[in-house]
Design a protein around this ligand. Structure first.
Ligand code: NAD
Length: 464
């Protein structure tokens, strides 16, 4: 008799009160390989479908998800904790990736030309790269899944999706919606686990897997790059961020504060694009900080289904302890607490909107992702110093620049080493745009036409 493995299930917890929502299957490495079998078996059939057919299935998936926004949002609130209105916004954003890539599925265009020597013709076509492993984080459990599934399926790839252990339920629902829309058996396979290491290692060791698309922390990304190197697997890496938010002396402060709130408080600060450092010209630092503090104090904290709630709990105890540690360290070094700064009473991992000013160089929260509702403010004296401070990080995902002079803001944005820049805008995410980072924030892009290319292998033919 074979004994059932000790841990065949793991619990999914509600961060608002720590209760168990549901238990889900803990996939073993063998389950992972069975998912690869299914994806490999479906690969040729899916790749052979006409692009228009794949497009129409993705478009139906967009329609289905749009009809089920409340269901998706409900699960996001339960397992991730963000307020319902924001969860519904995420669900709509997630659906948009399916629509965008349904439109891109018919644009798998190549190139044709004459060799420079005039001796022959050159033709480049794009083929699906093959079975793809998609690993997603907990902070946007629906959108990070469709941002990968959309382009993979449009390109003609089949996938194994491994969602974060905190948020498997949303991923399971997304897969169900795709099935309802007509995605064939084996094209999208979900494996859930709270021990991702051995499972993903087994999947990446299978030579049929040709792509790893990962969104998560830089530390885990670095590790997975090493694992993927064994089989020389193509990788797309959407990693951590440490976004600077620059307020130049000519900024419209009303715009700057509104956009600062968007950049900081989207997803309660638990976003890779979250403004992590506010760099404000010394001449406007006090009025900016005063207004930002007032806006932060007005944010309503509550459980995600509470009417009017704008900020939910952090994802777990460790996340809250990290925020507390970073705030305490900054205060020890001389930062001043303008609001917040102390955890809120439980249950749940609530932390209040917090503004710190006089943050000293060298403070850890200037180096690490805070991933919480904490806004550290520092000042600069001139543009050169602002750019130097903005670039003083290993990350390079996004930067925000506020100025009334668009030409100047562009020039500053060009000097900051990031993959994305928001000019007088605190949110840059858009399914139609190439999202991604420079430096240690990642490799490759998601969204736009670039997102599709990540799942395609160019093939070049030379002929007379
Ligand atoms: P994480 O790196 O801890 O986990 C991400 C995923 O990797 C999860 O599915 C997790 O189960 C898996 N994982 C963890 N250890 C693994 C291992 N050893 N082998 C294989 N898989 C493993 O990140 P998180 O806490 O879920 O998410 C927050 C991080 O994600 C932040 O750093 C944030 O900036 C980043 N993020 C980046 C983007 C982007 O587009 N650049 C978007 C969202 C989040």
């Amino acid at each position: 008799m074979v004994l059932a493995p000790e841990r065949s299930q793991f619990p999914v917890l509600d961060p608002a009160d720590g209760s168990v929502i549901e238990t889900v299957h803990a996939a073993t490495p063998e389950d992972g390989l069975a998912a690869v079998d299914a994806a490999a078996a479906a690969a040729a059939g899916w790749a052979a479908r006409a692009p228009r057919e794949r497009a129409e299935i993705l478009r139906r998936a967009f329609d289905h998800m749009t009809e089920r926004l409340d269901d998706v949002a409900h699960l996001i609130v339960r397992e991730m904790g963000k307020p319902f209105a924001e969860a519904r916004g995420e669900a709509a954003y997630a659906a948009e990736f399916l629509r965008w890539f349904s439109e891109e599925a018919v644009r798998l265009n190549g190139d044709f030309g004459t060799a420079p020597a005039g001796t022959n013709r050159m033709l480049v076509q794009h083929a699906p790269i093959g079975v793809s492993l998609l690993i997603t984080p907990w902070n946007f459990p629906a959108a990070m899944a469709t941002r990968k599934i959309g382009p993979a399926l449009a390109a003609g790839c089949t996938v194994v999706l491994k969602p974060a252990e905190e948020t498997p339920l949303t991923a399971i629902l997304v897969a169900e919606i795709l099935r309802e829309a007509g995605v064939p058996e084996g094209v999208v396979n979900v494996v859930t686990t709270d021990e991702p290491g051995p499972l993903t290692q087994a999947i990446l060791a299978d030579p049929r897997v040709r792509k790893l698309s990962f969104t998560g922390s830089t530390a885990v990304g670095r590790h997975l790059l090493a694992v993927a190197s064994e089989n020389v697997i193509s990788t797309s890496m959407e990693l951590g961020g440490n976004a600077p938010f620059l307020v130049l002396e000519d900024a419209d402060l009303e715009v700057a504060v509104a956009q600062a709130m968007a950049a900081k408080m989207r997803n309660g600060g638990e976003a890779c694009t979250a403004a992590n450092r506010f760099l404000v010209h010394e001449s406007v630092a006090e009025p900016f900080t005063e207004r930002l503090t007032a806006a932060m104090q007005a944010v309503k904290v509550g459980q995600g289904f509470e009417p009017g709630a704008e900020l939910g709990p952090l994802i777990n105890a460790a996340a809250r302890e990290k925020v507390e540690r970073l705030v305490a360290e900054a205060v020890d070094r001389g930062a001043r607490v303008r609001c917040g700064g102390e955890r809120l009473p439980g249950p749940g991992y609530f932390y209040p909107p917090t503004v710190l000013d006089r943050v000293q160089p060298g403070s850890e929260l200037l180096r690490e992702e805070i991933f919480g509702p904490v806004a550290p403010v520092m000042t600069f004296a001139d543009e050169a110093e602002a750019i130097r401070l903005a670039n003083d990080t290993e990350y390079g995902l996004v930067a925000f620049v506020c100025s009334r002079d668009l030409r100047r803001a562009m020039a500053v944005g060009e000097a900051i080493e990031t993959g994305m820049v928001g000019l007088n805008r605190g949110v840059v995410s858009d399914p139609a745009a190439p999202f991604g980072g420079a430096k240690q924030s990642g490799l490759g892009r998601e969204g736009g036409h670039h997102g599709l290319l990540e799942f395609l292998e160019p093939k070049y033919f030379a002929f007379d």
